[in-house]
Every structure is written in C-alpha cells, then in structure tokens.
Design a protein around this ligand. Structure first.
Ligand code: SF4
Length: 275
C-alpha cells in the first residue's frame, strides 16, 4: 500500500525528505516557506543564555584588497575610491576579471583556475562555502560532484536553485593544497572579493555552509553547533543581511544523521529569506 503524502508536498520536497529519512515524521502541511521554526529568533541573535542581542555587525567593513575595520575605513582619504564606483554590471565584470587574474596570495600557484561563483547576478540568496576542492578547481564552479548534487537537492526542496535565485560562492577563490583550511593571510587577501560580491548582489539572505565559512564571515571561533539555529546579521556599507549557518554538504554526506539539522536550517533560512 502506498504511503500517503503530506498535504501539498511537492515531489521534489518529498524526495528530499525521504532522503533525510523524515518524510513521514516531518509531515508538514502547507508551504514550508511560511513555516516558522519554534525557538528561533528571527531578528538579532539569541545567545546561549537565551538573551536576544541587537543586530550588531559581526563583520568588518571590507572593500579593499586588505581587510579594514570600519574605523579604518572611516579614516581613509576622501579621494579613496568607493567600493562600488562603477555601474553594477561593469563592477561585476571588473570583479570577475580581477579574481580571474589575482595573484594576491600563494594559492594562485597551485590552482587550475579561480572559482568565482555561480548563479544569477541578482540572486535573492547567497550560499557561501569555504574554498574550492579538487573538482571545483578543475571545473571552475563551486559545489560540484556529490556535495553539489546534495546541495542542489536541498535547494530544490525549498523551491530554490542556483540557476534561478541562488548565487553560490566560497570565501576563498583558489584551491588550498590538500584541501587544508585556508591560512589567515589567505583569508585576509581573498575575503574582500566575497564582500564585494555580497555588496553587488545584495542578497535577501546569506546561508553559510560549514564551520570555516561561518567562523570567517561571522568573525568568531564559536563552534558551528552554537552558530546554527540563530539568525545572525552581516552589516556591509550600511546594509544588513540576515545570515543563517548550516553544515557543509560534504559533512552531511559523511554524517547523514545530521541531515535533519540541515533541513531545520533550511526551514529557518526560508522563513527569514522570503518565499
Ligand atoms: S585565493 Fe584569492 S587572494 Fe589568493 S590568489 Fe586566489 S583569488 Fe587571489
């Protein structure tokens, strides 16, 4: 006898829930994008004691090839170029070109190519991972292979895709040797590119995937488990963007039991980042 489907659930979402092993348990009626997540604070950040903190900027204001604090940026000479002085389309093309030829850190020596990111320029969401792996380095795109397929399925479950409304990028644009964690100086050199991508795309929401990317973007050494389940805020040039943290798909492939948490993270992101 065939199992009954939850009311209104699309085949794609049902397939994803089945993969998670929670198709029957979850049984969510109605559109998932409207579903609030119990216990989640959707404005500001809730600390471990349950207190709600204001939407302080967890991120430095970065626009030049070297990370700068907001105070340093404020003290910059008046003639210093604004981060986005060009027409947005020109600025985007210039940024792509700059990344393509970048030799600002030692990672340029071992790369096959830079991995700028994929997705529409005016995406509603940005997904941010750590750095290219071997396949990403070869193909020039982030999140390919099994991790990419899992990520695409996860996005499809909430009716999003990198072809339509999600731009996917990494903190680091060149592959670190042996897939090691990027070094602090490599992050300092490369993360301004990411900040400029965020600035140009102006996403409604950022979903950060994995410990390294989360700690880098939020400038914290907190464990990923404590960063999940909250809505953080990234402030960039006076604009605040909600940030949700989740696990990296590669980790989910190694630890399938954690997929349920990833699904909770997606629901949180969807409840914050619009239907
Ligand atoms: S990792 Fe970033 S900063 Fe380093 S060479 Fe590549 S693009 Fe440039």
């Amino acid at each position: 006898m065939a199992e009954r489907s939850p009311s209104g659930m699309s085949p794609v979402r049902r397939a994803w829930l089945r993969e998670l092993g929670i198709e029957r348990l979850w049984n969510l009626p109605g559109p998932v994008l409207q579903a609030p997540v119990p216990g989640i604070v959707q404005a500001g950040v809730q600390d471990d004691a349950g207190a709600v903190q204001g939407a302080e900027s967890p991120m430095r204001d970065v626009a030049a090839p070297v990370l700068r604090t907001e105070a340093e940026a404020a003290e910059a000479p008046a003639e210093a170029p604004a981060p986005v002085a060009l027409d947005p389309e020109q600025a985007w093309a210039a940024l792509e070109e700059e990344v393509r030829h970048c030799t600002a850190c030692g990672l340029c020596q071992g790369r096959t190519q830079t991995v700028f990111g994929t997705g529409p320029r005016h995406a509603r969401w940005m997904l941010i991972g750590e750095a290219p792996g071997e396949q990403e380095d070869k193909q020039g795109a982030p999140f390919v292979g099994r991790s990419g397929k899992l990520l695409d399925n996860m996005l499809a479950a909430i009716s999003r895709s990198r072809q339509v409304d999600v731009f996917i990028a990494n903190v680091i644009k060149c592959r670190p040797p042996g897939n090691r964690d990027p070094l602090p100086e490599e992050v300092a050199r490369c993360s301004p590119f990411l900040m400029r991508q965020i600035e140009l795309i102006q996403p409604e929401l950022i979903l950060v995937l994995g410990r390294f990317a989360a700690q880098t973007l939020l400038e914290t050494d907190a464990r990923i488990g404590s960063l999940r389940g909250k809505v953080h805020t990234l402030s960039l040039h006076g604009r605040s963007v909600p940030v949700v943290v989740s696990y990296h798909p590669a980790y989910l492939l190694r630890s399938p039991a954690e997929k349920i948490k990833a699904w909770q993270d997606l629901r949180l992101a969807a409840s914050v980042g619009g239907a």
